[in-house]
Write a protein that binds this ligand. Structure first.
Ligand SMILES: Cc1cc2nc3c(=O)[nH]c(=O)nc-3n(C[C@H](O)[C@H](O)[C@H](O)COP(=O)(O)OP(=O)(O)OC[C@H]3O[C@@H](n4cnc5c(N)ncnc54)[C@H](O)[C@@H]3O)c2cc1C
Length: 409
């Protein structure tokens, strides 16, 4: 290899930024590009469980120690509060069905995290990748603004609708849209209601499965001012099976733009117990919501990494539903494995081809399995009668790599 090692990272989401931080920490040259020039308005939280130790290795100590700043509630000390589990309830009664725990779990607000992890790394915003060219000694990415970046290896960390995945795989990169209506929308309550909700709900994840075949989760997104509960932002995640005649405004096949899905949700939310009942009752009357397509994609048999010059990470490599909370955890594991592979190339321990082949051998089967398990979990959240047989009951929020080994043994 004549060109010195340089990584082009497409996408400044959690996976792209974690890769950038890890490469920087190991003195490896890189550039990150992202099509956005300003943050997306969509926001949510992720539960970081088993990937926490990887983050410690990828991030500089100073940034790792500041992770609490990315939490919805900066002051929440989970260990101190003795609270390291999520809660799954029977939506009709509010009774706890399961409380899967994981030592050291923490909740991160996506926008706050991206903003902190972008600090002091080389990110160029406003660059949409439109072409990838393989060269004799590496790869060049071209952008819509006429500029380009050349390097030795390119990693597509460009999310669930990945352009790089399409470049690698053509039509095989098409995601599958699952037959559920999916809503994700934020709201504020009055100060009194916000304080009550904060006490009533689990601080990480509080979700319910209802006999009517519906899922609701109520979460904290942010506490902009700890002393002003009226400023606190909560959000709902809601899914229910699509019915072709009534659920046309599903984000994919929109026939009427003026259907407010928050109203559709209200109509379906009778018969739920707390904390969901109060959250629905307290929803501001004028709140608006749109449905978002629930898409998944898993690599059937991987991709041709062009002699180690192009690969994928995060949702680009495996887009899964959120119902088992595994997407970001897997994205962070990808980041750690990718950085480790690059460290071996830099030290001369491995060729680029071998290092990326080894990386792909971890990402592909893990992605395939978790996409399928998470899909099964999504179905189970709409099948109350069989919920106790579902993956989260059997395996909690542990990584697929752990329990598939136990099952094989
Ligand atoms: C509602 C919800 C709840 C979730 N809860 C959890 C949870 O509890 N636990 C968990 O582990 N995971 C959870 N996830 C999943 C998690 O959020 C994702 O797996 C993770 O954020 C993926 O990060 P990423 O960096 O791979 O992709 P993204 O965050 O999508 O980043 C991709 C980036 O690439 C950029 N990009 C796209 N196309 C181009 C292009 N052509 N050129 C340049 N840039 C481009 C985009 O602008 C974007 O910034 C949840 C997801 C959702 C939607």
């Amino acid at each position: 290899m004549s060109r010195p090692l340089k990584v082009i990272v497409i996408g400044a989401g959690l996976s792209g930024l974690a890769i950038a931080q890890g490469l920087k920490k190991n003195g490896i040259e890189y550039v990150v590009v992202d099509k956005e020039s300003e943050p997306r308005d969509r926001n949510w939280g992720v539960t970081i469980a088993w990937s926490h130790p990887f983050l410690q290795e990828l991030l500089p100590e100073e940034l790792f120690n500041r992770l609490a700043e990315c939490q919805p509630d900066e002051k929440l000390n989970t260990k101190g509060a003795g609270c390291e589990s999520i809660i799954i309830r029977d939506g009709a009664t509010g009774a706890t069905i399961a409380e899967p725990s994981f030592p050291g779990i923490r909740r991160l607000n996506i926008q706050k995290t991206r903003s902190l992890w972008s600090k002091d790394v080389n990110v160029k915003f406003g660059k949409t990748v439109t072409d990838v060219e393989l060269t004799s000694d590496g790869v060049t990415a071209h952008f819509q603004d006429g500029t380009s970046e050349s390097g030795t290896v390119l990693v597509g960390a460009d999310g669930g609708g990945s352009w790089v995945r399409r470049w690698l795989l053509g039509d095989e990169a098409d995601a599958t849209v699952l037959p559920y209506v999916f809503l994700n929308f934020p709201m504020r309550f009055t100060a009194e209601q916000a304080l009550k909700m904060d006490k009533m709900m689990n601080p990480f994840v509080d979700v319910g499965v209802h006999p009517k075949g519906m899922y609701i989760g109520i979460f904290l997104l942010d506490k902009p001012d700890l002393d002003k509960p009226e400023s606190w932002i909560f959000y709902f995640l809601v899914t229910w099976p699509k019915q072709e005649d009534t659920d046309t405004n599903d984000g994919e096949n929109t026939t009427t733009d003026d259907v407010n899905m928050a109203d559709e949700f209200r109509k379906r939310a009778d018969g739920w117990a707390d904390p969901f009942k109060s959250a629905v009752d307290w929803m501001p009357k004028d709140i608006k919501a749109k449905a978002v397509p629930l898409k998944i994609w898993g690599p059937k048999s991987g991709w041709d990494n062009r002699q180690g010059r192009v690969t994928l990470a995060g949702d680009a490599a495996h887009s899964m539903t959120f119902h088992r909370g595994q997407g970001a955890n897997n994205a962070i594991r990808d980041s750690k494995m990718f950085v480790d592979a690059m460290v071996k190339v830099k030290s001369g321990e491995m060729t680029l081809g071998k290092a990326i082949a080894g990386y792909d051998r971890d990402v592909v089967p893990r992605g395939v399995q978790e996409v399928e398990i998470s899909r099964a979990q999504t179905d189970a959240f709409h099948n109350h009668a069989r919920f106790l047989e579902s993956p989260v009951i059997k395996h909690g929020i542990r990584p697929v790599t752990e329990f598939s080994k136990t099952e094989e043994a």
